[in-house]
Design a protein around this ligand. Structure first.
Ligand code: NAD
Length: 352
């Protein structure tokens, strides 16, 4: 078992290991004075793990209310969010009670936003069950829902009180969902960890992911501690996300977040090479690594379509948009470019 402490405005521990779902009752009892717990999960995860979480909470003396919504990014919306708030209100949860997110990034983002806003903030624990949620979305306090105009457009910074990352849950992930998480793992390497990239190129971490998950969480912790509210260093985590969000939006969110990030990293790297900001050998090496982990590196969407969707991304501010640009194997830099230069970045990214 590994513990990473995040010293954000609300400090908390991320515990990574096996068998942790059975300890959630003890964890919640240590955090909350109330006796009610709401567990939020989706229709895929709930049949697999909800009973274990409920049993643990009941053993610790909690009355448990379960809110389960259909799995999928298209449910991370205002409708599901309002239903959840009404559910919590109808069960009369108080600020002494708490909410638990049991699932991937969709569950964590939506449940976290509900926890941040219900009664202006109630207790909140994260139980990530995808690799992506384990290494990224469950840590750092970004919560959000999607609006029809774009992803994550309504949200709040709200740190969890604890994250219990039970690696047993990763064993039931379909290969393509595991691969989505690998895109974020590769992203950590590309941002600033060449040693992690070297491990990924040589060792298959899938059978024993604890050390690797902990390494990624520690890297996220470092960036969150420097810049909790995402005005500077933390934005490095957006590598592959600016153009990746464009790909996701073009697909109507049928291309998953992880795949979109993989494509976004490839596009921005190819453009960086074309503009002389990054050595040429970085691109084929990145593409080989993405292929090794079952991730795509190309898109059929046109430069114009990508440009229009990328413009609605919230990383745009006035006439500039932020872009994280690889500058070496295992090193990236945050730059702001005028929106007028974005078409050229997209075209070079597509190899046009
Ligand atoms: P997801 O939550 O939709 O999970 C993917 C699929 O896997 C779903 O069908 C889910 O039901 C299923 N699943 C989850 N756990 C499982 C398990 N243990 N066994 C079998 N099936 C399981 O997607 P995701 O990739 O985890 O998260 C993507 C979301 O995370 C996006 O909405 C993205 O915007 C968000 N995100 C947020 C942050 C943040 O900092 N808050 C960071 C990165 C991504």
């Amino acid at each position: 078992m590994t513990t990473v402490t995040v010293r954000a405005s609300r400090p908390y521990e991320v515990t990574i290991g096996r068998g942790l779902l059975d300890t959630v009752g003890r964890q919640a009892a240590g955090q909350w004075k109330g006796r009610s717990a709401a567990v939020v999960s989706d229709s895929t995860v709930a049949p697999l793990y909800l009973n274990r979480v409920k049993d643990s909470l009941e053993r610790a003396g909690f009355r448990v209310h379960s809110f389960v919504f259909p799995a999928g990014e298209d449910q991370k919306n205002g409708g599901t969010y309002l239903k959840l708030l009404e559910f919590l209100a109808a069960r009369r949860l108080t600020r002494a009670d708490g909410l638990i997110a049991l699932g991937g990034g969709v569950v964590g983002d939506l449940a976290g936003f509900a926890a941040a806003t219900f009664l202006r903030g109630i207790g909140f624990l994260q139980l990530p069950t995808t690799l992506l949620a384990a290494v990224d979305s469950s840590v750092g306090g970004k919560t959000a829902i999607d609006l029809t105009n774009g992803k994550n457009l309504a949200g709040a910074f709200y740190q969890p009180q604890a994250v219990l990352c039970d690696l047993d849950t990763l064993d039931t992930l379909p290969a393509e969902v595991f691969a989505d998480g690998c895109a974020e793992v590769i992203k950590y390497g590309m941002i600033g960890d060449p040693a992690l990239l070297a491990r990924l190129e040589t060792v298959d971490f899938r059978a024993d992911p604890e050390e690797l998950v902990a390494r990624c969480v520690a890297q996220k912790r470092d960036l969150v501690e420097q810049d909790e509210f995402d005005t500077g260093a933390r934005q490095l985590l957006n590598l592959g996300h600016t153009l990746g969000h464009g790909v996701e939006a073009c697909s109507g969110y049928t291309v998953s977040h992880g795949r979109a990030v993989a494509i976004g990293m490839t596009l921005v790297t190819r453009a960086a090479v074309a503009f002389g900001r990054c050595p040429a050998e970085v691109l084929p090496r990145l593409r080989r690594l993405l292929e090794r982990y079952g991730l795509p590196d190309a898109t059929a969407y046109s430069a114009q379509a990508l440009y229009e969707k990328t413009l609605s991304d919230k990383k745009r501010s006035g006439d500039t948009i932020s872009l994280v640009v690889p500058i070496a194997w295992g090193a990236s830099q945050l730059v702001r470019i005028p929106v007028s230069e974005l078409p050229a970045w997209i075209e070079r990214g597509l190899g046009l």
